[in-house]
Design a protein around this ligand. Structure first.
Ligand code: ZN
Ligand code: ZN
Length: 1003
């Protein structure tokens, strides 16, 4: 057996499709991961499921690449790696898509067409696209592309969800309550706070100043300010600041009560009114004063009868837009922290209307003062009967109508428009409202402390993520998990119609056992099916029905560590879970702190009393080349398929592991990625160089008689093995890529191969050539293994030819080999340092030559190094031959001071180099001739092993020179025959040098 000779340039596409087929034929991706009978340690990297209907762009591919790099590296370290991919198949995006397709705009229409039809339409949309993703994974060379995925819509996944809900129910963590939450009027469902935190946009809304009549006083009013006029329908109280001064101001016949600081900005600047201040007092004196409602709606009529409504209350500090629970907790500890007064004095009138049913801070005020909370708004965000004349109007559309009404009644002081930041639905972009509704929650109190301490022992990569998670955990509130939608895991709670007893079902088997109706053999566990299943109450024997809600999709991702395995009900899942649990690593985009990283931490601690994962790596976003977010509407999205087509997989993967730290935001640039292709091409050429000069009798193996450059290169490669291992383990993939590419370009190709050209030349034979080839072989094979996790295809290609080409008993794939071991005997730090010094001298020599216009191919007499640096001086001594070859000079010496004679010089940090300017003209002419012929050979496509018949002619003197050096020339240009003084052959060329003309012809 021998290696096959590699011809031509680096053709990534061709290599990749060949290797892909090889992997598939040999089942390599399946053989990497073997959990049936393996004693190896496990490495469980859980694949965070991308949303199945999304179209993959380069950001997705970055995440895929990083996960695959981890997996391949760990496999080479001897771990048994879990390679299951997963897809998120439920949720509102699919529902919205089906709605658009069917021309439906409301939940009512869904109920009319039939929930079963709607759910089946969702299922159709959710299935199939995962195949496109997997195809892309395979092109990328992501091992997960060859494995069976978990799909969140499968029965086994839903059952795991039910099992988990039951665990939490039994621990008392599943609670029901009427709470105000964010609500999407289009999707008609509650949203959890974290679904809102990132989706604010600037919106134009009306603002009004309203006069509320003070009870028992004629023409006296308290003035409030609001940007949500519709919430006045549900007004319950008015809050003022106890510590600020308020005044009674006379305006015409009216007396207005407002904060002293706000009189001038509001009355003079905004309303352009004349006024006269009558009396000044502290806000706390207003406490308890009753006022009259400004709208005569049924809900306001009812509130009139409540002793605690329509009263002025005093502002207290609240945690704005955050949980009231947190606020109460902190307040009880005497901390004000991030608290702000409910009433701010720098805008409005200094008095704020309170509607506990419609705002998180209002809700908190309501709890503090035990105010009634009303919310006469239905699921679609429309006013109910209780809102009287506004009934049926979408709340935000009612703003203007309410202002008109107030104007008619003489209660409107001012109307204007304001642009402010307002929360939108993260899926459908409708403006959200805040309303009261009955929902199910996972309570957080009992596990919050555990989550905070678990966070401290998670290995975060990079470390700064720990603090982000800590900040997030400090503020978490009960998790609202019920959604009033269709396409998701049904919340498995059945309630007795008569006595209200609740039962949570934890599996399909349990459902079958307890169902009072007969169930078919095949049972889909989605809403439309299980809604029809009734149970019998064990208390009172009355009928039990399921509550209509489904579970938040984030809960579905939270249970992925075990639901992906179908734990605990799927056959074999318990054994698998015992082997795999807990997750060793997750690696996802950094916005997942509040999303997946949190939901998994919560679910792990709630169900198993420990974090689901031990380490988490965070990826930075991928933006477009100019740093803009990629978006379909801007047309700047780089799709995954296109990037792979343009760059190939190995180049794209190396780009992600080279440009900058994985956790930083990357401006995706095809042009920058092209730089990688050039480096890969250099690797390919080095490999091709080896195969070209490799002889039939070559045998791998590092023996004795190494030249200094061989010892140096072997030391270099052995030095980088542990560096690269550390970089991988610490998620510094960019350093891995940089180190590898730098080694290929600067150490291997531009240095070592240049040095050994003469030793391995086709016509050379003997020991020195074999030693150089053996060194190059060893380095290329090690390099293939070091690069395998990042650039799996080219590594495999090199391995197959160089290793399997010699040894059929070697591991079938480079990816089944072990991570390279360091040969410490070959590491020579001193030599590496000297070579670094030599490289600096060589660079200095180049620039000295350049400044005197002396081409590197012209042999010069002498290089003198003036230096006092120990390493530089020992480099001159120990690496004298290397310097001679690389600098193309006859002698290299060290000197204390500048030499006498005609020299060109260059200064570097530790030395000054002097290069003699005189050269042998005959010698230089020979170099020029060789170079000319070499470039003609290349231009006409001659391979280094192809011989030519050369004729060459010039003036008398030059002809004599050429004649005398014929043998040398033959060897250097690969000619069988040389005829001097005549010209024949198809390939013709001419060379001029210092007045001499040489004509060349060959075939
Ligand atoms: Zn929505
Ligand atoms: Zn009952």
């Amino acid at each position: 057996m021998a290696v096959k000779e590699v011809k031509g340039q680096y053709n990534a596409k061709e290599i990749e499709s060949g290797i892909r087929k090889f992997w598939e034929d040999k089942n390599v991706p399946q053989n990497i991961s073997n959990f049936k009978n393996s004693k190896k340690k496990k490495f469980y990297l859980l694949d965070g499921p991308p949303y199945v209907n999304a179209r993959a762009h380069v950001g997705h591919i970055k995440t895929r690449t990083l996960k695959d790099v981890w997996s391949r590296f760990k496999a080479m370290q001897g771990f048994n790696v879990w390679l299951q991919p997963g897809f998120d198949c439920h949720g509102l995006p699919i529902e919205n898509m089906v709605e658009r397709e069917l021309g439906i705009t409301s939940k009512k229409q869904i109920e009319e067409m039939g929930v079963d039809k709607f759910i089946e339409a969702c299922r159709k949309h959710a299935l199939g696209n995962e195949k496109e993703w997997l195809k892309l994974y395979r092109i990328l060379g992501d091992w997960r592309g060859w494995h069976e995925p978990y799909l969140t819509l499968e029965n086994y996944y839903i059952e795991s969800g039910w099992w988990t809900v039951k665990q939490l129910f039994e621990k008392g963590m599943l609670v029901q309550g009427e709470k105000s939450t964010f609500w999407c009027p289009h999707c008609e469902t509650a949203l959890a706070g974290y679904e809102v935190t990132d989706s604010y946009a600037d919106v134009k809304d009306p603002y009004i100043y309203v006069k509320f009549p003070i009870k028992g006083k004629k023409n006296e009013y308290i003035v409030i300010f609001t940007t949500t006029p519709w919430t006045l329908v549900s007004n319950v109280a008015i809050a003022v600041r106890p510590d600020k001064y308020y005044v009674r101001v006379k305006v015409g016949n009216d007396v207005l009560v407002m904060a002293e600081e706000r009189v001038e900005p509001v009355l003079k600047e905004i309303c352009k009114l004349e006024y006269e201040i009558q009396e000044k007092f502290l806000g706390k004196e207003l406490e308890g004063i009753k006022y009259l409602p400004v709208l005569e709606t049924p809900v306001q009529q009812k509130l009139k009868k409540e002793a605690n409504a329509h009263k002025i209350i005093l502002s207290i500090p609240v945690l704005k837009s955050k949980s009231y629970k947190h606020a109460l907790e902190a307040e009880s500890k005497g901390s004000k922290g991030e608290f702000f007064d409910f009433v701010t004095i720098d805008e409005g009138s200094g008095s704020v209307h309170v509607a506990p049913g419609h705002g998180p801070e209002d809700h908190y005020m309501g709890l503090h003062y035990r105010l009634p909370a009303v919310s006469p708004v239905d699921d679609e965000g429309k006013f109910t009967e209780d809102a009287g004349e506004f009934r049926g109007a979408f709340v935000k559309d009612a703003d203007k109508k309410i202002a008109e009404k107030l104007e008619k009644r003489g209660m409107l002081l001012h109307f204007g428009w304001v642009t402010h930041s307002y929360p939108l639905c993260w899926r459908c972009k409708s403006p959200l409202i805040y309303r009261l509704s009955k929902q199910w929650f996972f309570s957080v109190d009992t596990i919050k402390g555990k989550m905070i301490s678990a966070n401290e022992s998670i290995k975060w990569l990079p470390e700064f993520a720990r603090e982000r998670m800590r900040n997030w955990l400090d503020d978490v509130v009960d998790w609202c998990i019920s959604r009033q939608r269709y396409w998701g895991i049904p919340l498995p709670v059945w309630v007795c119609e008569k006595c209200g007893k609740k039962e949570v079902i934890g599996s399909e088997a349990e459902l079958r056992e307890k169902a009072s109706n007969k169930l078919p053999k095949q049972l889909d566990l989605h809403k439309h099916v299980v809604d029809k299943v009734e149970l019998v109450c064990s208390n009172c024997e009355a009928k039990m029905r399921r509550i209509p809600d489904i579970v938040d999709v984030w809960f579905e991702s939270g249970i992925a560590p075990w639901a992906s395995l179908g734990y605990p009900h799927k056959k074999g899942s318990k054994e698998l879970f015992d082997k795999l649990w807990p997750v060793d690593l997750i690696d996802e985009s950094q916005d997942q702190i509040r999303g997946w990283f949190y939901s998994m931490l919560f679910c792990g601690i709630a169900a198993f009393d420990r974090s689901s994962y031990d380490a988490a790596a965070l990826n930075g976003w991928v933006l477009d080349e100019k740093g803009k977010k990629m978006s379909k509407s801007l047309g700047n999205v780089v799709w995954a398929g296109d990037a792979l087509e343009k760059l190939s997989s190995d180049v794209l993967r190396m780009y992600y592991c080279w440009e900058l730290p994985a956790w930083e935001t990357q401006k995706f640039s095809l042009r920058t990625a092209e730089e990688i292709r050039r480096s890969m091409n250099i690797l390919w050429n080095s490999y091709s160089f080896f195969t070209t000069y490799c002889t039939k009798d070559f045998k791998p193996g590092i023996g004795k008689n190494l030249n200094v450059e061989d010892r140096w290169l072997l030391s270099r490669i052995n030095s980088i093995i542990p560096e690269i291992k550390d970089y991988f383990e610490n998620f510094e993939f960019h350093r891995t890529g940089r180190t590898l590419m730098d080694f290929v370009v600067n150490d291997l190709s531009r240095f070592y191969i240049k040095l050994i050209r003469d030793r391995v030349w086709v016509s050379e034979s003997g020991k020195s050539k074999q030693v150089a080839l053996a060194t190059l072989y060893e380095v290329l094979v090690t390099l293939a293994r070091l690069m395998a996790p990042i650039s799996p295809y080219i590594s495999e290609e090199i391995y197959q030819n160089l290793v399997r080409g010699f040894d059929k008993k070697a591991e079938e794939s480079v990816h089944l080999t072990k991570w390279p071991k360091v040969n410490k005997k070959l590491v020579n730090r001193k030599l590496e340092k000297e070579m670094e010094a030599a490289k600096r001298l060589i660079d200095a020599c180049y620039s000295a030559r350049q400044s005197a216009d002396l081409k590197l191919r012209w042999p010069l007499k002498k290089l003198v190094v003036a230096s006092e640096d120990k390493t530089t001086l020992s480099a001159v001594k120990e690496l004298n031959d290397v310097l001679k070859i690389m600098c193309n000079v006859t002698s290299v010496e060290a000197a204390k001071k500048a030499p006498k004679g005609d020299f060109t010089q260059a200064k570097i940090k530790d030395a000054v180099v002097f290069v003699s300017k005189d050269f042998d003209e005959d010698e230089v002419l020979m170099r020029e001739v060789v170079r000319k012929i070499q470039s003609m050979r290349k231009k006409h496509g001659y391979n280094v092993k192809d011989s030519i018949t050369l004729t060459i002619s010039s003036g008398k003197e030059t002809n004599e020179l050429l004649q005398s050096r014929k043998d040398e020339l033959k060897k250097e240009v690969g000619a069988k025959v040389i005829d001097v003084g005549k010209l024949a052959g198809k390939r013709k060329g001419k060379l001029e040098f210092k007045g001499k003309v040489v004509e060349i012809s060959f075939s």
